[in-house]
Design a protein around this ligand. Sequence first.
Ligand code: ARG
Length: 271
Amino acid sequence: MVPRRTARKRRYLVCPPEYFEVRYAINPWMTAEEPVDSALALRQWEALVSVYRNLGHDVELMTPVAGLPDMVFAANSALVLDGRVFGAHFHAPERRPESGHYRAWFERAGFEVGTPVHICEGEGDFIPVGGVLLAGTGFRTLPQAHQEAREYFGVPTVSLRLVDALFYHLDTALFALDDDNVAYYPGAFSPGSQRVLRTLFPDAVVATEQDAKCFGLNSLSDGHHVVIAQDAVGLIEAVADRGYRPVPVDLSEFRKAGGGVKCCTQEIRRE
Ligand code: ARG
């Protein structure tokens, strides 16, 4: 029998793609060959925000800053657990100024903000699942930052090694379906980390390379609805078979920068 899934209302922080473009290349998706269609990017982003609002979630807006084209990827700015914020320290010099702007937003909103010493890209590489924090490393966030986050939040933290540059952030290779389970693409992880994932999540939804390359794992679940890249057809079917409700969206313009649904969205967790 397929279990009944329940949604929990979420609070998201997003940043309009006003200055979004591909101006530098810091991951293999970014090339100057295919320029971004800014008008289309804005429409796609607005459609994503409408989906969140229609699902009943709260959406907060960050003010974009000229000259910071990747600021639209709000997920990288922090990890928020229990109403406490652990900020970012970006790998790429081009993105470093983003962290101060996000920090200011969180402080104005009344949050305590911790600052990592080591390279740390927020929810790009940190994914809480139930009471455990999954933490990616290999391309961006350093293992030392996993330890910093563990000490800051006091949650068990499991380090996972990413090995394929196409999946340079943990959130391009894995997402939480709910507090108990995840979907992931094994090929993005080292053999040892694949074994860790199999042990922790024996019942996980295992995605194909094709769906991973469509950014299907850069999805956002509220426990019932899974907002997911529309091209990830196999994964859409797989999550539906498990009782979740897929909500397909098109973020093709953001793929040109190596981003998708989750990259565009920071979750503000109170609990
Ligand atoms: N161009 C950005 C970068 O390479 C994309 C970030 C995508 N964000 C994410 N959470 N995976 O940093």
